[in-house]
Design a protein around this ligand. Structure first.
Ligand code: PEP
Ligand code: MN
Length: 337
């Protein structure tokens, strides 16, 4: 249920409304906008008399919210959520670029890629240390050592770092990590999501391989219900009947998720396509669809990459792509004025 208040509500009446609602056992999420204050009621509201609230002087309207996600719902929080991390902003306009290899392979590799993507305009560095691989015989990531090397690249470049966690037991190793990624395969690992809710760090939440928008938003809701509202949603391609591409990038995810939720939405064109030649066009399409950012796999030697070489672009290709994306991002922000 959401309660939209009249402008400048009388404080005493507001306090007693909040106290009364809390007494009914619901949590309240207050969103104060420039023109409107909204109380989002979370919990079982079936026993709350909507007409009673509607009749109050300070109340403009009351509506029941049908969607099962509340904290993540734009109805609860009409303005875009902007996530700030290490001086970088994601959400609320602009196109934030996250780039780096699929996996951290060596100090040389991660530090040189970090330096080059930074020069080209990336504002965050990605790199996997714990890798979810389909085969147990494939490279599983450098794990703890990988995180150490990623931190080193952060220290050298100043870029905030994004990396995937696969199990709660790994959390103590993530102290220096700026944004924790929950990969597609773990999108519905509910215990892991709850643990992410208890961290103070932003979470990059990837859409599951065959998850609906509502399922993705319910996973965000798990993290938010546990106390963390700094979430970045990520479209990374879904399973379809098409086999030419690794997955099918669902470009609709961008406007739909931004309509349903206030959380920032980014796109991963690399895992969507599985092919380096499609990374640029899919990135451009995502930017034009209104994505808040992109996460792109960049490798200095794709044919010899230990993971996801075929979808990794070279640093030079990333540099050229950033130039194109700037044109699109500028046109988008002009159109928004
Ligand atoms: C990754 O980002 O390297 C990754 C494994 O992503 P996803 O979970 O989207 O497959
Ligand atoms: Mn990858």
């Amino acid at each position: 249920m959401i309660v939209v208040l009249k402008q400048n509500p009388e404080q005493g009446q507001l306090d007693s409304l909040i106290a009364w609602l809390k007494g009914k056992g619901v949590d309240i999420h207050m969103s104060v906008g420039a023109n409107q204050t909204i109380l989002g009621l979370i919990g079982d509201t079936s026993h709350i008399d909507i007409d009673l609230i509607d009749a109050l002087d300070i109340v403009e309207t009351v509506r029941r919210v049908q969607e099962p996600y509340k904290n993540a719902n734009r109805k609860f929080h009409p303005q875009d959520t902007v996530i700030e991390v290490g001086g970088v902003r994601i959400g609320g306009g602009g196109l934030t670029l996250i780039a780096g290899p699929c996996s951290i392979e060596s100090e040389e590799q991660i530090c040189s890629i970090a330096a080059s993507v930074k020069r080209s305009g990336a504002s965050m560095l990605r790199g996997g240390a714990f890798k979810p691989r389909t085969s147990p015989y494939s490279f599983q990531g450098l794990r703890e050592e990988g995180l150490r090397l990623l931190s080193l690249a952060k220290k050298e470049t100043g870029l905030p770092i994004v990396t995937e966690i696969m199990d709660i037991s790994q959390l103590p190793l993530f102290e220096d990590v700026d944004v924790i990624q929950i990969g597609a395969r773990n999108m519905q690992n509910f215990e892991l999501l709850k643990a992410m809710g208890r961290t103070g760090k932003p979470i990059l939440l990837k859409r599951g391989l065959s998850a609906t928008y509502e399922e993705l938003l319910m996973s965000a809701e798990y993290i938010m219900a546990a106390g963390n509202d700094r979430i970045i949603l990520c479209e990374r391609g879904i399973r379809t009947f098409e086999t030419y591409t690794r997955n099918t990038m669902d470009v609709s995810a961008v406007p739909v998720l931004k309509h349903l939720s206030h959380l920032p939405v980014i796109v991963d064109p690399s895992h969507s396509a599985g092919r380096s030649d499609l990374v640029a066009p899919l990135s451009c399409a995502s930017a034009a669809a209104g994505a808040d950012g992109l996460i792109i796999e960049v490798h200095n030697d794709p044919p010899h990459a230990l993971c996801d070489g075929p979808q990794s672009i070279r640093p030079e290709a990333f540099e050229a792509l950033v130039k194109k994306l700037r044109v699109i991002a500028d046109a988008m922000s002009e159109a928004a004025v």
